[in-house]
Write a protein that binds this ligand. Structure first.
Ligand code: GLP
Length: 251
């Protein structure tokens, strides 16, 4: 295969920056500017090696880092391709995964891993309620147009939504079920975000490598009275597919 002709990457051998890094940044710039489009093939290790007279190791490192950061994906035996841009997740509104996906013209889905009644002292403490209360625990792999995006583990206070575990959440929104079946209106949530790396279990489910970057979010959701906690959720979103967005105003 011939090397993409429009791709002439600036590499400066006199620069103190390592060559692999220059190559990586140059490819990144081509992707961000749209010169390389989603699903377009990017040069292989061998092509980079030949075109820029660099070692195979250098070319590999540039491509590996671009992959880890979500700029490219590799298809076994076919080469590397430009990834879709990351999903930009606003942090201002209390929305559901289903609503977020619908807004982007994507279809939300889930693989339900667990739906059961549990007691969990740690969760009760987080919600500031009595430790005897039961929860409906729902663990779902969230899909966007069939692609795994996040692993979500939600705990709902059972006394507000008895029988919730009996619904099939494969194609169904939790938030609309709470509203439509139980008349529960959500008012607000508190959410914290932190970085983490994927463990083996998460990596396998989400189709990433163990150690891949993830966004870990913890949410406590309250009813529309603003003070009755109803849900505790831990969500682990793919760091290569998601970026968080918030608008800041100057004080
Ligand atoms: C988002 C939030 C979760 C919430 C979920 C509900 O993904 N991170 O905290 O539980 O939405 O989604 P849905 O109503 O689509 O089931």
């Amino acid at each position: 295969m011939t090397m993409n002709r429009k791709l002439v990457l600036p590499i400066d051998r006199g620069s103190p920056l390592p060559i692999y890094y220059q190559l990586k940044e140059a490819l990144k710039q081509q992707i961000e500017s749209g010169a390389l489009k989603p699903h377009e093939r990017v040069p292989s290790e061998r092509e980079l090696e030949e075109a820029y007279h660099i070692s195979r190791m250098t070319a590999r490192r540039a491509l590996e880092e671009l992959e880890a950061e979500g700029y490219i994906y590799r298809a076994q035996g076919k080469g590397s391709f430009v990834a879709e841009p990351k999903i930009r997740q606003g942090l201002l509104w209390l929305t559901s995964f289903t609503e977020d996906m619908r807004e982007r013209g994507m279809r939300a889905g889930a693989r339900v891993l667990r739906a059961e009644v549990v007691s969990d002292e740690r969760v009760a403490r987080k919600l500031g309620i009595g430790s005897g209360e039961e929860f409906v625990m729902l663990q779902r792999l969230r899909l966007a147009d069939g692609e795994p995006m996040a692993l979500e583990t939600s705990y709902l206070r059972r006394r507000f939504c008895p029988g919730l575990e009996g619904h099939d959440f494969t194609d169904r929104s939790l938030y609309s079920t709470l509203q439509e079946e139980y008349g529960l209106r959500l008012g607000r949530a508190e959410q914290a975000v932190e970085a983490k790396v994927a463990d083996g279990f998460e990596a396998e489910l989400l189709g990433v490598k163990p150690g891949a970057p993830m966004l870990s979010m913890e949410r406590i959701t309250y009813l529309d009275d603003g003070q009755t906690p109803i849900e505790y959720v831990r969500s682990i979103y793919r760091g290569d597919r998601y970026k968080l967005y918030v608008e800041l105003k100057r004080r």
